[in-house]
Design a protein around this ligand. Structure first.
Ligand code: GLU
Length: 446
């Protein structure tokens, strides 16, 4: 519920950002946690931090014209929302998906501000993307699209200004084409302008694995706090992209078993455990679908248009997209004995789902805490770029694990301090908010 002092702020956000339902949802969830913070720190009200933090510092929307393989001209829309730079340069990914519009970019940018703050690294929050649909596009088309997008975006970014990275539909290949065009236009090998680069040309080891690995480190910490662990646990991982694949890999390394994953066509159920080498071959090399995996794996069945949350599990890791896990799905998971949920995706659980998990006393790790390992490792990439250094896999993974353990501890302790023990949503929102708010007060009215 919204505190009655905060309700009017939320009404203003809805009025000023009409139709942007995902943005409203993300703002409401944070504001619901902040009542006790405003009571404890009156200076935040005096400096009108709530109103300021909900308004992006800058929003850029631009045309992206490009030519497809048939020679037809295509027009897409590009976005970059530079949300908050109190803690460092704007930092956050680019998403290429047909569902992208301003409301999605703003919800992601808003979440990013608090997530980045929670990492403890010197990074502000931003997000971008395009309604471009990469599905079925050739490599040449992807390159021409990326080059056209960067021909506008380059003037807004920079290693001290705004540092984009990947998100849904944007991986190392796309970052390569974007970086190549940035380098050509500016005539600068400015490695730190983008993260998620290839490991042969400035990218950090572990960045590819980081979001998924980090989510699993986080869920393992939540389980440890309850005297348990991932060992022997049956897990569901929705999605089959970069986050899902490496979440599954870390679950297997820590002694659990992932028995299902999914894409927009359906679910693969593999009771013997997902064969990750095969899944990587299908998804990363062949750019195929999970149905292709099921066809080649004797122990797996493909459930067309199935709902992954109907399968029994101990641990659920939503790693696909926003609002993929509803109140009804949460009820099914609880009934089937699920004890922990950690979000590899951004805002995958609806508010009804979150409520159900809290009421059932399930360990629930919200995305802005649980999936912060991706952007934290991006910050480690920026650190390596700035010092022209290159860290080993083991060292970088060790740093990632330390950061995730620290984020878990911070959320855990903050929830306790503010009277809601075990509530990682409140812990993450309050801890993330306080650090940004203090910096905003310190930097004055800018
Ligand atoms: N898109 C990722 C996220 O949601 C990573 C952003 C980054 O590495 O800058 O946090």
């Amino acid at each position: 519920m919204l505190d009655e002092k905060i309700e009017p702020f939320f009404d203003v956000v809805v009025r000023r950002n009409p139709g942007e339902v995902e943005f409203h949802q993300a703002v409401r969830e944070v504001l619901e946690s902040l009542g006790p913070v405003l009571a404890k720190y009156p200076e935040f009200t005096e400096h009108r931090i709530l109103e300021r933090i909900c308004e992006p510092e800058r929003q850029i929307i631009f045309r992206v014209a490009w030519q497809d393989d048939a020679g037809e001209v295509q027009i897409n829309r590009g976005f970059r929302v530079e949300f908050n730079s109190a803690l460092g340069p704007y930092k956050g990914g680019m998403r290429f998906h047909p569902s992208v519009y301003l409301g999605i970019v703003k919800f992601l940018g808003f979440e990013q501000v608090f997530k980045n703050s929670l990492t403890g690294m010197p990074i502000g929050g931003g997000k971008g993307g395009s309604d471009f649909d990469p599905k079925g596009r050739s490599d040449d088309e992807i390159m021409r699209f990326c080059q056209s997008l960067m021909t506008e975006l380059f003037r807004h970014i920079g290693e001290y200004t705004d540092v984009p990275a990947g998100d849904v539909g944007v991986g190392t290949r796309e970052i390569g084409y974007l970086f190549g065009q940035y380098k050509r236009i500016t005539n600068r090998y400015e490695s730190g302008v983008l993260t998620g680069k290839g490991t042969g040309w400035g990218g950090a080891l572990v960045r590819t694995e980081a979001t998924g690995y980090g989510t699993v480190f986080f869920v393992n910490e939540m389980l440890k706090a309850r005297g348990s662990s991932l060992e022997g646990r049956t897990c569901l991982v929705s999605g089959s992209g970069n986050v899902a694949i490496y979440a599954a890999e870390k679950v297997h390394q820590l002694g659990g078993r992932v028995v299902a994953c999914s894409d927009s066509d359906g679910v693969v159920h593999d009771p013997e455990g997902i064969d990750l080498e095969l899944l990587k071959q299908v998804k990363e090399i062949e750019r195929g679908r999970v149905a292709d995996y099921a066809e080649r794996r004797g122990s797996a069945t493909f459930i067309p248009r199935g709902n992954i949350w109907d399968l029994p599990c101990d641990v659920a890791l939503p790693c696909a997209t926003q609002n993929e896990l509803t109140g009804k799905d949460a009820a099914t998971l609880i009934r089937n004995g699920c004890v922990a949920v950690a979000e590899g995706a951004n805002m995958p659980t609806t508010p009804e789902g979150v409520r159900a998990f809290h009421e059932a006393g399930i360990a629930y790790g919200p995305g802005k805490a649980a999936n912060a390992g991706g952007v934290a490792t991006s910050a480690l990439e920026m650190q390596q770029n700035a010092s022209r250094d290159r860290w080993s896999f083991a060292h970088t993974e060790g740093r990632l694990e330390e950061i995730m353990v620290d984020i878990h501890q911070t959320c855990h302790d903050t929830a306790e301090e503010f009277g809601t023990p075990g509530n990682y949503v409140v812990g993450a929102n309050i801890a993330g908010f306080i650090r940004v708010a203090r910096a905003m007060v310190a930097l004055g009215l800018v």
